[in-house]
Design a protein around this ligand. Sequence first.
Ligand code: CP
Length: 297
Amino acid sequence: MTTLKQRSLLGLKDLDRAEIEAILDRAAYWERHPEKVNPVMQGKFVANMFFENSTRTRFSFEVAEKRLGAEVLNFSAAVSSVQKGESIYDTVRTLESMGIDAGVIRLKPIGVLAELAAKIKVPLINAGDGNNEHPTQALLDLYTMRKQFGELKGLTVSIIGDVLHSRVARSNLWALRKFGAKVQFCAPANMTAAELDVPYVSMEEALKADVVMMLRVQLERHDSGMIKSAEDYRTHFGLTNERARLLAPHAIIMHPAPINRGVEIDDELVEHEQSRIFPQMQNGVPVRMAVVERALG
Ligand code: CP
């Protein structure tokens, strides 16, 4: 019998390598079973509670839940009683009291998820909380890399861009290190994360990696003046067509999206033959099927 803690997914920092591997293996199982619906979770109710905007994560969770045959409740803060001042806790507690079996939750603030998980009696899945963690994004990133290279051990992964505001960078860092991959960051001086013990390298060095993961410039989280201009950012830290020609032939380009085309990555590179950006989104469905199945038990 698994515990509530074992069925929740709050982050990858504290998740064992074996647990991560089990999720990736189960995702591979679901990828080999491409039937639209496998109703193994029929009769279970999952609430998707997004207190911050999302396209990929929200819809791929919904697709994953529906492919498992679960009943899906979609909560959107913009059209809820949050607008009347209801708290996050009261909102989640309300859905719990109605009998949901699991909750997928995206939050702006950091720290709230751990507090909720301590009080709520159904498994919670982190769909991104502030700049803390985005575990299912990193799982689908690992899945994409494993599919490409066979194993993660020995890979060099360059994560380039707005590291300061990136939960994707953090979750990837925690997870990739457990598998023996080397992670390095490349970022503007005002977008580094001093609390993380990670080497920073130049753009030239970053482009020698097996995986070049570009991060979105998170303008909505910036204080004014963090970047001079989009063109200036592109010149110094963008994956331009010119820089892409320096990539090793076996290297892949990744990006969690949404993408600022022409800022952190040139338009033509998004669907370049070395890009795995849309396959990342495709892989998000089987990965989230594995995570939802694990939560529902
Ligand atoms: N990658 C990602 O989390 O995208 P969304 O914000 O659209 O969910």
